[in-house]
Design a protein around this ligand. Structure first.
Ligand SMILES: O=C(O)[C@H]1O[C@H](OP(=O)(O)OP(=O)(O)OC[C@H]2O[C@@H](n3ccc(=O)[nH]c3=O)[C@H](O)[C@@H]2O)[C@H](O)[C@@H](O)[C@@H]1O
Length: 288
C-alpha cells in the first residue's frame, strides 16, 4: 500500500489548480482548512508548512500571520502529540533577521527587530520553533525543523510579490524589473525541488535540531535582475525603487549541517531553476 496523503489548505495564497493533477487519486484528499482551527485527522507524519511567506502577503494582515504561526503551530503540535506523529515545521532564514553573521549557521541566534513590519512573520516563526522544542522536551513529540532559504519554482503565484517571480513575470510582460534600494543587498535562492528533497530527507532522518536548507549561491539583487533580464528579455529595463523597511542586507545559508546530518545538498543551479520557472510562467501566460 502506498502513502495516503491529506492536504489541508485555506487557499489564502495557494490555488487548487496547483494540486489539480492529484484530485481524484484514491490516496489523495484535499481539505479546505485553516490551521488556526484544530484539525481532527489520523496521521503519522505532518509537514506543517502553513503561513503566507511573501512580505506583501504576510504584512497584509499581520495579526492573522501571527495567529497562523502561533495557534496554527500549537494545533499541529497538538495533533502530533495526540496521534504520535512526527512533525516537520517549516521555519525560515527570516528567524536570523538582518544577520550580523555571514553565512548563517544554525547556531546563530539572529538579529530581529521585534516591533518592525517583518516581525509578525519573523517572530511568528521564532515562537513556532520555541513551541516545537517545548513539545519535544515536555511531551516527547518528535520534531524536525527546517530553516528554508529563499525558494522559488513552478506553480508560484505570479502575484506572489517575492523577487524571483516578480522579475520573471515583469521581464515576460516587457515591464521594468523592480529592484528595491539600489540592489546591493544579497540573497541565495534555491530551486523548489531541492527544498522538497531536503524536507523529505530531514523528516525521515533521526536528526532533531534545526537544519538550514538553501542554496549557498549568493547574488546581489542587482546582479540577479540583470541575469533574469538577459535570459528572459534583454530589452527589459531595470527600475530602482525604495528599499523596504528592515530588509535584510545579506543572506546565505551555511549548509554544513544539512550535508553532514541528513546527506543533503542542492542539485540544481539557480539559473537551471530559473529557466524551468520561466517556462512555467510562459505556460500560464494567458492568466498573467
Ligand atoms: O525565503 C526566505 O528565506 C524568507 O525571506 C523572504 O523575504 P525576502 O528575502 O525579503 O524575499 P523577497 O521579497 O523575494 O525579497 C528578496 C530581496 O529582493 C528585493 N526585491 C523584492 C521584490 C522586488 O520586486 N524587487 C526587489 O528588489 C527585496 O527588497 C529583498 O531585498 C520571505 O519573507 C519569506 O518567504 C521567507 O521566509
Amino acid at each position: 500500500m502506498g502513502h495516503f496523503v491529506i492536504v489541508a489548505d485555506n487557499f489564502f495564497t495557494g490555488f487548487k489548480r496547483n494540486v489539480q493533477h492529484w484530485i481524484g487519486h484514491p490516496n489523495f484528499e484535499l481539505i479546505r482548512h485553516d490551521v488556526v482551527d484544530p484539525l481532527m485527522v489520523e496521521v503519522d507524519q505532518i509537514y506543517h508548512l502553513a503561513c503566507p511567506a511573501s512580505p506583501p502577503h504576510y504584512q497584509h494582515n499581520p495579526v492573522k500571520t501571527i495567529k497562523t504561526s502561533m495557534m496554527g503551530t500549537i494545533n499541529m503540535l497538538g495533533l502530533a502529540k495526540r496521534t504520535k506523529a512526527r512533525i516537520l515545521l517549516a521555519s525560515t532564514s527570516e528567524i536570523y533577521g538582518d544577520p550580523e553573521e555571514h553565512p548563517q549557521k544554525e547556531t546563530y541566534w539572529g538579529h530581529v527587530n521585534p516591533i518592525g513590519i517583518r516581525a509578525c512573520y519573523d517572530e511568528g516563526k521564532r515562537i513556532a520553533e520555541t513551541l516545537a522544542y517545548e513539545y519535544q522536551r515536555k511531551d516527547k513529540v518528535e520534531v524536525r525543523v527546517v530553516r528554508i532559504f529563499n525558494t522559488f519554482g513552478p506553480r508560484m503565484n505570479p502575484e506572489d510579490g517575492r523577487v524571483v517571480s516578480n522579475f520573471i513575470v515583469q521581464a515576460l510582460k516587457g515591464e521594468q524589473l523592480t529592484v528595491y534600494g539600489g540592489g546591493k543587498q544579497t540573497r541565495s535562492f534555491q530551486y523548489v525541488h531541492d527544498l522538497i528533497d531536503g524536507m523529505i530527507k530531514l523528516m525521515n532522518s533521526e536528526y532533531s535540531q534545526p537544519v538550514n536548507v538553501g542554496n549557498p549561491e549568493e547574488y546581489t539583487i542587482g546582479q540577479f535582475a540583470e541575469a533574469i533580464r538577459d535570459l528572459v528579455n534583454p530589452k527589459a529595463t531595470i527600475a530602482d525603487l525604495p528599499m523596504p523597511k528592515d530588509d535584510p542586507q545579506r543572506r546565505k545559508p551555511d549548509i554544513t549541517r544539512a550535508k553532514t546530518e541528513i546527506g543533503w545538498e542542492p542539485r540544481f543551479s539557480v539559473m537551471q531553476g530559473v529557466e524551468e520557472t520561466v517556462e512555467y510562467f510562459k505556460s500560464i501566460v494567458d492568466i498573467l
